[in-house]
Write a protein that binds this ligand. Sequence first.
Ligand SMILES: Cc1ncc(COP(=O)(O)O)c(C=O)c1O
Length: 345
Amino acid sequence: MIQMPPMSRQQLRSRLDTLPRVRIATIPTPLQEAENLSRELGVRILIKRDDLTGLVLGGNKVRHMDFCMADALEKGADVSIHVYGLTNNSRIIGAASKKVGMDYICIATGSYGSIDLKGRPFQGNLLIQDLLGADIRLLDTTDKDEISGYVEGIENQLRNEGLTPYNHVKEHMSRSSAVISYIDATLEIASQLDAINVDQVKIYIASGGGLGGLQIGAAALGLPWEILGVLIGTPEESFADVVGWSNNALKHMGFDQRMAWEDVVQTADFIGPGYGRISPACTEAIQMAAELEGLLLDPVHTGKVMAGIIDHARSGVIRQGQTVLFIHTGGLPDLFYFAEELQRS
Ligand SMILES: Cc1ncc(COP(=O)(O)O)c(C=O)c1O
Protein backbone atom coordinates (compact mmCIF):
# COMPACT_ATOMS: atom_id res chain seq x y z
CA MET A 1 0.00 0.00 0.00
CA ILE A 2 1.29 3.46 -0.86
CA GLN A 3 2.25 5.55 2.16
CA MET A 4 0.70 9.02 2.06
CA PRO A 5 0.97 11.80 4.63
CA PRO A 6 -2.15 11.66 6.82
CA MET A 7 -4.66 14.29 5.74
CA SER A 8 -8.12 15.34 6.81
CA ARG A 9 -10.90 15.21 4.24
CA GLN A 10 -10.94 19.00 4.21
CA GLN A 11 -7.21 19.14 3.47
CA LEU A 12 -7.56 16.70 0.57
CA ARG A 13 -10.58 18.64 -0.70
CA SER A 14 -8.56 21.88 -0.60
CA ARG A 15 -5.67 20.28 -2.49
CA LEU A 16 -8.06 19.09 -5.22
CA ASP A 17 -9.76 22.48 -5.33
CA THR A 18 -6.52 24.14 -6.41
CA LEU A 19 -6.63 22.23 -9.72
CA PRO A 20 -8.33 23.70 -12.79
CA ARG A 21 -11.68 21.98 -13.34
CA VAL A 22 -14.68 22.25 -15.64
CA ARG A 23 -17.85 20.68 -14.35
CA ILE A 24 -18.81 18.04 -16.91
CA ALA A 25 -19.64 14.94 -14.86
CA THR A 26 -22.98 14.56 -13.13
CA ILE A 27 -21.74 13.76 -9.65
CA PRO A 28 -22.17 12.56 -6.95
CA THR A 29 -23.38 9.36 -8.56
CA PRO A 30 -25.68 7.13 -6.51
CA LEU A 31 -24.31 4.47 -4.19
CA GLN A 32 -26.90 1.72 -4.12
CA GLU A 33 -27.61 -1.51 -2.24
CA ALA A 34 -27.79 -4.52 -4.57
CA GLU A 35 -30.25 -6.37 -2.38
CA ASN A 36 -31.10 -9.27 -4.67
CA LEU A 37 -27.51 -9.92 -5.66
CA SER A 38 -26.49 -9.72 -1.99
CA ARG A 39 -29.12 -12.28 -1.04
CA GLU A 40 -28.05 -14.60 -3.87
CA LEU A 41 -24.36 -14.44 -2.97
CA GLY A 42 -24.65 -14.20 0.82
CA VAL A 43 -22.57 -11.01 1.12
CA ARG A 44 -23.63 -7.36 1.19
CA ILE A 45 -22.97 -5.73 -2.18
CA LEU A 46 -23.07 -1.99 -2.76
CA ILE A 47 -22.78 -0.46 -6.21
CA LYS A 48 -21.21 2.89 -7.03
CA ARG A 49 -23.09 3.92 -10.16
CA ASP A 50 -20.37 5.62 -12.15
CA ASP A 51 -22.18 4.36 -15.23
CA LEU A 52 -24.52 7.29 -14.48
CA THR A 53 -22.08 10.18 -14.87
CA GLY A 54 -24.22 11.81 -17.51
CA LEU A 55 -22.45 12.24 -20.83
CA VAL A 56 -23.08 9.84 -23.78
CA LEU A 57 -24.05 6.79 -21.70
CA GLY A 58 -21.73 7.71 -18.83
CA GLY A 59 -18.82 5.85 -17.28
CA ASN A 60 -15.73 6.56 -15.18
CA LYS A 61 -14.12 8.61 -17.92
CA VAL A 62 -16.69 11.38 -17.64
CA ARG A 63 -15.22 12.14 -14.20
CA HIS A 64 -11.76 12.39 -15.79
CA MET A 65 -12.99 15.01 -18.22
CA ASP A 66 -13.59 17.55 -15.45
CA PHE A 67 -9.81 17.81 -15.02
CA CYS A 68 -8.63 16.82 -18.51
CA MET A 69 -10.76 19.34 -20.41
CA ALA A 70 -9.79 22.08 -17.96
CA ASP A 71 -6.16 21.35 -18.85
CA ALA A 72 -6.94 21.42 -22.60
CA LEU A 73 -8.79 24.74 -22.27
CA GLU A 74 -5.96 26.23 -20.18
CA LYS A 75 -3.58 25.31 -23.00
CA GLY A 76 -5.81 27.11 -25.46
CA ALA A 77 -6.61 23.93 -27.39
CA ASP A 78 -9.31 23.93 -30.03
CA VAL A 79 -9.07 20.34 -31.30
CA SER A 80 -8.74 17.07 -29.33
CA ILE A 81 -7.00 14.17 -31.05
CA HIS A 82 -7.12 10.62 -29.78
CA VAL A 83 -6.15 7.21 -31.10
CA TYR A 84 -7.90 3.92 -30.10
CA GLY A 85 -11.18 5.20 -31.51
CA LEU A 86 -13.15 2.08 -30.62
CA THR A 87 -12.76 2.61 -26.89
CA ASN A 88 -14.94 4.15 -24.19
CA ASN A 89 -12.19 6.69 -23.61
CA SER A 90 -12.46 7.88 -27.18
CA ARG A 91 -16.26 8.20 -26.99
CA ILE A 92 -16.11 10.26 -23.82
CA ILE A 93 -13.17 12.42 -24.88
CA GLY A 94 -15.16 13.15 -28.04
CA ALA A 95 -18.31 14.13 -26.16
CA ALA A 96 -16.46 16.22 -23.57
CA SER A 97 -14.48 18.01 -26.30
CA LYS A 98 -17.68 18.93 -28.09
CA LYS A 99 -19.28 20.00 -24.82
CA VAL A 100 -16.50 22.54 -24.14
CA GLY A 101 -16.54 23.77 -27.73
CA MET A 102 -13.58 21.86 -29.17
CA ASP A 103 -13.46 19.74 -32.32
CA TYR A 104 -12.55 16.07 -32.13
CA ILE A 105 -10.42 13.94 -34.41
CA CYS A 106 -10.79 10.26 -33.61
CA ILE A 107 -8.28 7.87 -35.10
CA ALA A 108 -9.65 4.36 -35.09
CA THR A 109 -7.12 1.64 -35.74
CA GLY A 110 -7.36 -2.09 -36.43
CA SER A 111 -9.02 -3.78 -33.53
CA TYR A 112 -9.90 -3.61 -29.85
CA GLY A 113 -9.80 -7.08 -28.34
CA SER A 114 -12.22 -9.14 -30.36
CA ILE A 115 -13.95 -6.02 -31.68
CA ASP A 116 -12.50 -5.58 -35.13
CA LEU A 117 -13.13 -2.63 -37.37
CA LYS A 118 -13.64 -5.09 -40.18
CA GLY A 119 -16.51 -7.51 -40.03
CA ARG A 120 -18.32 -5.86 -37.10
CA PRO A 121 -21.22 -3.47 -37.58
CA PHE A 122 -20.46 0.27 -37.31
CA GLN A 123 -22.06 0.73 -33.91
CA GLY A 124 -21.21 1.12 -30.19
CA ASN A 125 -18.55 3.71 -29.41
CA LEU A 126 -17.88 4.45 -33.08
CA LEU A 127 -21.51 5.14 -33.88
CA ILE A 128 -21.77 7.50 -30.91
CA GLN A 129 -18.68 9.41 -32.03
CA ASP A 130 -20.17 9.66 -35.50
CA LEU A 131 -23.34 11.15 -33.97
CA LEU A 132 -21.17 13.63 -32.06
CA GLY A 133 -19.80 14.87 -35.35
CA ALA A 134 -16.29 13.61 -34.64
CA ASP A 135 -13.88 13.54 -37.54
CA ILE A 136 -13.31 9.76 -37.60
CA ARG A 137 -10.24 8.50 -39.47
CA LEU A 138 -10.08 4.74 -39.95
CA LEU A 139 -6.46 3.66 -40.11
CA ASP A 140 -5.72 0.14 -41.25
CA THR A 141 -2.61 -0.49 -39.17
CA THR A 142 -1.62 -1.36 -35.62
CA ASP A 143 2.01 -0.36 -36.13
CA LYS A 144 2.86 2.13 -33.36
CA ASP A 145 5.37 4.15 -35.41
CA GLU A 146 3.02 4.40 -38.34
CA ILE A 147 0.20 5.58 -36.05
CA SER A 148 2.33 8.18 -34.26
CA GLY A 149 3.67 9.46 -37.61
CA TYR A 150 0.09 9.84 -38.79
CA VAL A 151 -0.93 11.71 -35.63
CA GLU A 152 2.10 13.98 -35.85
CA GLY A 153 1.14 14.81 -39.44
CA ILE A 154 -2.34 15.85 -38.28
CA GLU A 155 -0.89 17.94 -35.43
CA ASN A 156 1.45 19.77 -37.83
CA GLN A 157 -1.31 20.41 -40.29
CA LEU A 158 -3.55 21.86 -37.55
CA ARG A 159 -0.75 24.11 -36.29
CA ASN A 160 -0.12 25.34 -39.82
CA GLU A 161 -3.79 26.31 -39.94
CA GLY A 162 -3.32 28.35 -36.76
CA LEU A 163 -5.10 25.85 -34.52
CA THR A 164 -3.93 24.32 -31.22
CA PRO A 165 -4.30 20.53 -30.99
CA TYR A 166 -4.52 18.62 -27.71
CA ASN A 167 -3.10 15.17 -28.36
CA HIS A 168 -4.51 12.83 -25.70
CA VAL A 169 -1.81 10.23 -26.35
CA LYS A 170 0.93 12.71 -25.42
CA GLU A 171 -0.69 14.94 -22.79
CA HIS A 172 -0.15 13.39 -19.37
CA MET A 173 -3.38 14.90 -18.00
CA SER A 174 -5.43 12.69 -20.31
CA ARG A 175 -4.48 9.75 -18.03
CA SER A 176 -3.45 11.58 -14.83
CA SER A 177 -7.03 12.84 -14.72
CA ALA A 178 -8.20 9.23 -14.24
CA VAL A 179 -6.20 9.09 -11.02
CA ILE A 180 -7.02 12.61 -9.83
CA SER A 181 -10.76 12.22 -10.43
CA TYR A 182 -10.79 9.02 -8.39
CA ILE A 183 -8.91 10.69 -5.54
CA ASP A 184 -11.84 13.10 -5.75
CA ALA A 185 -14.28 10.15 -5.90
CA THR A 186 -12.70 8.76 -2.70
CA LEU A 187 -14.09 11.75 -0.79
CA GLU A 188 -17.51 11.25 -2.40
CA ILE A 189 -17.59 7.53 -1.58
CA ALA A 190 -16.34 8.10 1.98
CA SER A 191 -19.20 10.47 2.77
CA GLN A 192 -21.77 8.18 1.12
CA LEU A 193 -20.51 5.25 3.21
CA ASP A 194 -20.65 7.44 6.34
CA ALA A 195 -24.29 8.16 5.60
CA ILE A 196 -25.13 4.44 5.76
CA ASN A 197 -22.74 3.74 8.67
CA VAL A 198 -20.36 1.58 6.67
CA ASP A 199 -16.70 1.86 7.59
CA GLN A 200 -14.88 -1.11 6.12
CA VAL A 201 -15.44 -2.18 2.53
CA LYS A 202 -13.74 -4.37 -0.01
CA ILE A 203 -13.73 -2.41 -3.26
CA TYR A 204 -13.62 -4.11 -6.67
CA ILE A 205 -12.72 -1.99 -9.71
CA ALA A 206 -11.28 -2.68 -13.17
CA SER A 207 -7.53 -2.07 -13.03
CA GLY A 208 -6.41 1.31 -14.29
CA GLY A 209 -6.02 4.92 -13.28
CA GLY A 210 -9.14 4.83 -11.10
CA LEU A 211 -7.63 2.03 -9.04
CA GLY A 212 -4.55 4.21 -8.45
CA GLY A 213 -6.75 7.14 -7.44
CA LEU A 214 -8.74 5.14 -4.90
CA GLN A 215 -5.56 3.67 -3.42
CA ILE A 216 -3.97 7.12 -3.05
CA GLY A 217 -7.16 8.71 -1.69
CA ALA A 218 -7.79 5.93 0.83
CA ALA A 219 -4.15 5.98 1.99
CA ALA A 220 -4.17 9.77 2.44
CA LEU A 221 -7.39 9.64 4.47
CA GLY A 222 -6.38 6.52 6.43
CA LEU A 223 -9.55 4.70 5.36
CA PRO A 224 -9.78 1.01 6.30
CA TRP A 225 -10.70 -0.03 2.76
CA GLU A 226 -9.37 -3.06 0.93
CA ILE A 227 -9.10 -2.15 -2.76
CA LEU A 228 -8.72 -4.79 -5.44
CA GLY A 229 -8.03 -4.09 -9.10
CA VAL A 230 -9.38 -6.65 -11.53
CA LEU A 231 -7.23 -7.01 -14.65
CA ILE A 232 -9.43 -7.32 -17.72
CA GLY A 233 -6.60 -8.25 -20.10
CA THR A 234 -2.98 -9.33 -19.82
CA PRO A 235 -0.61 -6.41 -19.15
CA GLU A 236 0.67 -6.69 -22.74
CA GLU A 237 -2.84 -6.44 -24.19
CA SER A 238 -4.36 -3.73 -22.04
CA PHE A 239 -1.37 -1.83 -20.80
CA ALA A 240 -2.80 -0.18 -17.71
CA ASP A 241 0.12 1.84 -16.34
CA VAL A 242 -1.38 2.30 -12.89
CA VAL A 243 2.01 3.29 -11.46
CA GLY A 244 3.12 5.73 -14.18
CA TRP A 245 -0.28 7.46 -14.31
CA SER A 246 -0.52 7.62 -10.51
CA ASN A 247 2.94 9.11 -10.20
CA ASN A 248 2.17 11.76 -12.83
CA ALA A 249 -0.96 12.61 -10.85
CA LEU A 250 0.89 12.73 -7.52
CA LYS A 251 3.49 15.03 -9.04
CA HIS A 252 0.82 17.23 -10.57
CA MET A 253 -0.92 17.55 -7.20
CA GLY A 254 2.33 18.50 -5.49
CA PHE A 255 2.76 15.31 -3.45
CA ASP A 256 6.30 13.99 -2.87
CA GLN A 257 5.15 10.38 -2.43
CA ARG A 258 5.34 7.92 -5.34
CA MET A 259 3.65 4.62 -6.09
CA ALA A 260 5.52 1.38 -6.87
CA TRP A 261 4.13 -1.77 -8.50
CA GLU A 262 4.30 -3.54 -5.11
CA ASP A 263 1.63 -1.06 -3.91
CA VAL A 264 -0.85 -2.08 -6.61
CA VAL A 265 -3.14 -4.86 -5.50
CA GLN A 266 -4.70 -6.60 -8.46
CA THR A 267 -5.82 -10.01 -9.68
CA ALA A 268 -5.34 -11.63 -13.09
CA ASP A 269 -7.84 -14.40 -12.31
CA PHE A 270 -10.73 -13.03 -14.34
CA ILE A 271 -9.11 -12.12 -17.66
CA GLY A 272 -10.63 -15.19 -19.32
CA PRO A 273 -9.54 -15.60 -22.97
CA GLY A 274 -8.08 -12.07 -23.08
CA TYR A 275 -8.73 -8.37 -23.49
CA GLY A 276 -12.06 -7.68 -25.16
CA ARG A 277 -12.83 -11.40 -25.18
CA ILE A 278 -15.72 -12.60 -23.10
CA SER A 279 -15.43 -15.49 -20.62
CA PRO A 280 -18.23 -17.82 -19.40
CA ALA A 281 -17.87 -16.27 -15.92
CA CYS A 282 -18.33 -12.81 -17.41
CA THR A 283 -21.41 -13.93 -19.34
CA GLU A 284 -22.88 -15.35 -16.12
CA ALA A 285 -22.11 -12.09 -14.26
CA ILE A 286 -23.79 -9.96 -16.93
CA GLN A 287 -26.87 -12.17 -16.98
CA MET A 288 -27.07 -12.34 -13.18
CA ALA A 289 -26.78 -8.56 -12.68
CA ALA A 290 -29.44 -7.96 -15.32
CA GLU A 291 -31.83 -10.57 -13.98
CA LEU A 292 -31.49 -9.78 -10.30
CA GLU A 293 -30.85 -6.03 -10.28
CA GLY A 294 -31.97 -4.73 -13.68
CA LEU A 295 -28.34 -3.62 -13.96
CA LEU A 296 -26.44 -3.67 -17.25
CA LEU A 297 -22.73 -4.49 -17.23
CA ASP A 298 -20.33 -4.56 -20.17
CA PRO A 299 -18.37 -7.58 -21.39
CA VAL A 300 -14.93 -5.90 -21.55
CA HIS A 301 -14.57 -4.35 -18.09
CA THR A 302 -17.40 -4.42 -15.54
CA GLY A 303 -18.65 -7.92 -16.40
CA LYS A 304 -15.22 -9.30 -15.52
CA VAL A 305 -15.11 -7.30 -12.29
CA MET A 306 -18.51 -8.68 -11.27
CA ALA A 307 -17.32 -12.18 -12.24
CA GLY A 308 -14.56 -11.65 -9.67
CA ILE A 309 -17.06 -10.64 -6.98
CA ILE A 310 -19.28 -13.66 -7.70
CA ASP A 311 -16.32 -16.04 -7.58
CA HIS A 312 -14.90 -14.52 -4.40
CA ALA A 313 -18.30 -14.62 -2.68
CA ARG A 314 -18.85 -18.26 -3.61
CA SER A 315 -15.35 -19.36 -2.66
CA GLY A 316 -15.28 -17.51 0.67
CA VAL A 317 -12.53 -15.03 -0.31
CA ILE A 318 -15.13 -12.41 0.63
CA ARG A 319 -15.93 -13.27 4.19
CA GLN A 320 -19.46 -13.50 5.61
CA GLY A 321 -20.41 -10.08 6.94
CA GLN A 322 -17.87 -8.27 4.74
CA THR A 323 -19.28 -5.44 2.64
CA VAL A 324 -18.34 -5.25 -1.02
CA LEU A 325 -18.35 -2.06 -3.07
CA PHE A 326 -18.46 -2.64 -6.81
CA ILE A 327 -17.41 0.38 -8.87
CA HIS A 328 -19.53 0.32 -12.00
CA THR A 329 -17.29 2.16 -14.45
CA GLY A 330 -19.70 2.05 -17.40
CA GLY A 331 -18.65 0.85 -20.85
CA LEU A 332 -22.16 -0.03 -21.93
CA PRO A 333 -21.85 0.63 -25.69
CA ASP A 334 -19.68 -2.49 -25.91
CA LEU A 335 -22.53 -4.70 -24.71
CA PHE A 336 -24.21 -4.85 -28.09
CA TYR A 337 -21.14 -6.15 -29.93
CA PHE A 338 -21.48 -9.35 -27.93
CA ALA A 339 -25.12 -10.19 -28.68
CA GLU A 340 -24.28 -13.66 -29.98
CA GLU A 341 -22.21 -14.63 -26.94
CA LEU A 342 -24.67 -13.18 -24.41
CA GLN A 343 -27.99 -14.32 -25.79
CA ARG A 344 -29.48 -16.96 -23.49
CA SER A 345 -31.40 -18.88 -26.16
C1 LIG B 1 -15.67 0.67 -18.66
C2 LIG B 1 -14.28 0.89 -18.20
N1 LIG B 1 -13.97 0.62 -16.92
C3 LIG B 1 -12.72 0.79 -16.44
C4 LIG B 1 -11.69 1.23 -17.24
C5 LIG B 1 -10.35 1.49 -16.65
O1 LIG B 1 -10.14 2.85 -16.74
P1 LIG B 1 -9.08 3.77 -16.04
O2 LIG B 1 -7.71 3.36 -16.47
O3 LIG B 1 -9.42 5.10 -16.57
O4 LIG B 1 -9.28 3.65 -14.57
C6 LIG B 1 -11.97 1.52 -18.59
C7 LIG B 1 -10.89 1.96 -19.49
O5 LIG B 1 -10.96 1.94 -20.67
C8 LIG B 1 -13.29 1.38 -19.08
O6 LIG B 1 -13.61 1.68 -20.34
